[in-house]
Design a protein around this ligand. Sequence first.
Ligand code: SF4
Length: 339
Amino acid sequence: MKNIYSLEHREVRDLVQSLGYPAFQGDNLYRWLYLKRVQKFHEMTDLPSALRTYLSDHYFIGLPEVIDKVRGSDGTTKFLMELEDGERVEAVLIPEKGHTTFCISSQVGCRMGCKFCATALSGLVRNLKFHEITGQVLRLLEDVDNRVNIVFMGMGEPLDNLEEVARAIEVMSKWMGISPRRMTLSTVGLVDKLEEMLLKFPSLRVALSLNFPDDERRTQFMPINKKYSVGDLISSLRKLPIKKRERVTIEYVLMEGINDSRADAIKLGKLLRGLKVKINLIPYNENEFLPWKRPKNDRVEDFASKLREMGYSVFVRYSKGNEIKAACGQLRAQRGQGT
Ligand code: SF4
């Protein structure tokens, strides 16, 4: 038996055609799976009954299994999900004003090795398939009924799994009614792949996880910087095929005594001069795996106001979900161990 969700749209159309049905029945099947989210073939009432029987005999409808769910006092909820092979990923549901944000994973583990991130500790276990990415969203949708934004900011570097992430984006936009405009892809800066992704989805929002205003510290904390230096990132930001009105989000995780000085704020401001960006400052989320500390709030505010003085839109993200270890850089699902 095979998971029907593992079939791409064209494969579903080919399947129904090979069984003697018109290809549009494949569209209907996809609609039942992704839009109506029906979990039983016999409830797909506009499919011919012989087709439903064939599907039940040869396929199952398999979403990631939610094996743990922890809800914080602000409503942020962390889901631990198990995949068919027993690997586990985390996804986070964040209630916001007028909508809900889903923070989803693109890989089991990650090979980028950022020194401030708990996910990096396990290394890359494997890439997620497209249906394991959309599956997280389908699971989270079971808990909400308002508008949804998607952020690829969970476990993994999405551009290190470009093809499957692109497939997932396509399915969500074509079959689940979630426009790429409501999706944000966060990257450490795999710039060539970012350009490729934006050519496919020009309205996709982009967040660059910069975190340091110079190569020396960025290389120390983010090994990818050896390949794509700060200078490379900035010059490619200038060239990205981003829609006129859009701004790239610059993410900057503030760590006490590491990258949180006023001089760093000035350096960052100078570095970004002339770019259409907004800056998200994320005070570090402390965790038991890593030694870094969160700066005091007045130091964070000082950093933010320096950048605002320099003319930038700055948002301080006191991460939701900190108490349940669901905040940025804290996701760490381990096979067979929970979190
Ligand atoms: S911060 Fe993102 S890219 Fe870096 S190790 Fe963690 S999950 Fe990977």
